[in-house]
Design a protein around this ligand. Structure first.
Ligand SMILES: [Zn+2]
Length: 81
């Protein structure tokens, strides 16, 4: 199943641990482009509570790894569980 939305991953070829805030497994990868340089960054986010992982420049997979080891994940949703 493919979703054409820009933020959608190319098929999630890696495992993501559940969200550390809400335990949700509805996780997605955002692709963000830096305006100045056109450089791409990747970021895992939780669709349930909107927690966000850090921006990672290497790849979607690298951002998934960082999510899985819980570095710098922020809960920006405002709602603490
Ligand atoms: Zn969450």
């Amino acid at each position: 199943m493919k979703n054409k939305k820009d933020k959608e991953l190319t098929g999630k070829p890696f495992l993501l641990k559940p969200c550390p805030f809400c335990g949700g497994i509805e996780l997605g990868v955002m692709r963000l482009k830096e305006n100045k340089t056109g450089k791409l960054f990747y970021r895992i986010h939780c669709e349930n509570c909107r927690a966000k992982g850090p921006l990672v420049p290497e790849s979607e997979e690298a951002s998934a790894k960082i999510w899985n080891i819980r570095i710098n994940i922020k809960n920006n949703g405002g709602q603490k569980v």
